[in-house]
Write a protein that binds this ligand. Structure first.
Ligand code: RIB
Length: 308
């Protein structure tokens, strides 16, 4: 099986479950805390690996105990860590996350070592990237490195998927045109297209403007409402699943990791989206990011119970 290359971030998630956010100057007690492995890149890699995918991770960890934990986690998941490097004298990436009673989350990120992943690091990984079926990118490393990875993927003829998260406005049209897949959520799509995205119809209109920039396939994740495809193969929507959500953190990453795994095996976009919507729904029923991702067996049980 060919590999999926994930070039991006890893973070240590510091998750506090809260009743409400404290006001300025207020100290508030929160009922629960948990630490876990996170970061959009690492989460996407973990989801693919848990489902049986062969994953190559290109990332940077810091000079601290968090880094040991992250490396051990990659190894436990069977992820290829040849291009995971430590940065001396720098902290690992960390993400304080606040999850409210309604399962919704607010996230801060400190990039730490992730900010040191450079174009030269991507060049060093090129011999291994050549063997990959798909390159998966997000925006928690420096934009110059993301653009360089897109250029390398395009030059090598490797399909490139960009998850434009965290959201930024004004991605370079030259690089958008080199993408095979762009996978934003609604707010990321709104920022990228400069349009209001408040319904699936509006998402469809906004996605079309990005297609006009040359992106072949735009997949918009719609949370509990599933996902929308707009691209060369037409337009369709995969409906979401009705589940009791406990923590939505990392649900978008679960979608992308699962999509990457399935699409890289057989190139069937609709099937991969159907699996990814179900995998993401399953993830919100658990707590944390990677800690809520099922392996292939756990996901098969969820899928059977939810007719996915
Ligand atoms: O998408 C969720 C992720 O965003 C968290 O794991 C956190 O680390 C931030 O990167």
């Amino acid at each position: 099986m060919k590999k999926i290359a994930v070039i991006g971030s890893n973070m240590v998630d510091l998750v506090t479950y809260i009743d409400r956010m404290p006001a300025q100057g207020e100290t508030l007690e929160a009922p629960r805390f948990a630490m876990g492995c996170g970061g959009k890149g690492a989460n996407q890699a973990a989801a693919s690996a848990l489902l049986g995918g062969n994953v190559l991770m290109v990332t940077k960890v810091g000079d601290d105990a968090f880094a040991d934990n992250t490396l051990a986690n990659f190894q436990r998941l069977g992820i290829d860590t040849r291009f995971v490097e430590r940065v001396p004298g720098v902290s690992s990436g960390v993400a304080p996350i606040f999850v409210q009673d309604n399962a919704h989350n607010s996230i801060l990120i400190v990039k730490g070592a992730n900010a040191h992943l450079s174009p030269a690091d991507i060049d060093r990984a090129e011999p291994a990237l050549r063997e990959c079926a798909l390159m998966v990118l997000q925006l928690e490393i420096e934009l110059a490195s993301v653009y360089h990875a897109i250029d390398v993927g395009h030059r090598l003829g490797i399909p490139v998927l960009l998850n434009p998260a965290p959201a930024v406005a004004g991605l370079s049209p030259e690089h958008l045109a080199k993408l095979d897949f762009l996978v934003p959520n609604e707010s990321e799509l709104a920022l990228l297209s400069g349009q209001t995205v408040d319904s699936p119809e509006a998402a469809s209109r906004a996605a079309r403007t990005l297609m006009a920039n040359g992106v072949r396939h735009v997949i918009v994740t719609l949370g509990e409402h599933g996902a929308l495809y707009v691209g060369e193969e037409g337009e369709w929507r995969v409906q979401g699943h009705c589940v009791e959500a406990r923590d939505t953190s990392g649900a978008g990453d679960a979608f992308i990791g699962c999509f990457a795994h399935h699409w890289s095996r057989d190139g069937d976009i609709r099937k991969a989206m159907t699996q990814a919507v179900a995998y993401s729904a399953c993830s919100v029923t658990g707590l944390g990011t990677q800690s809520s991702y099922p392996d292939a067996e756990g996901f098969a049980r969820f899928a059977a119970a939810h007719g996915a």
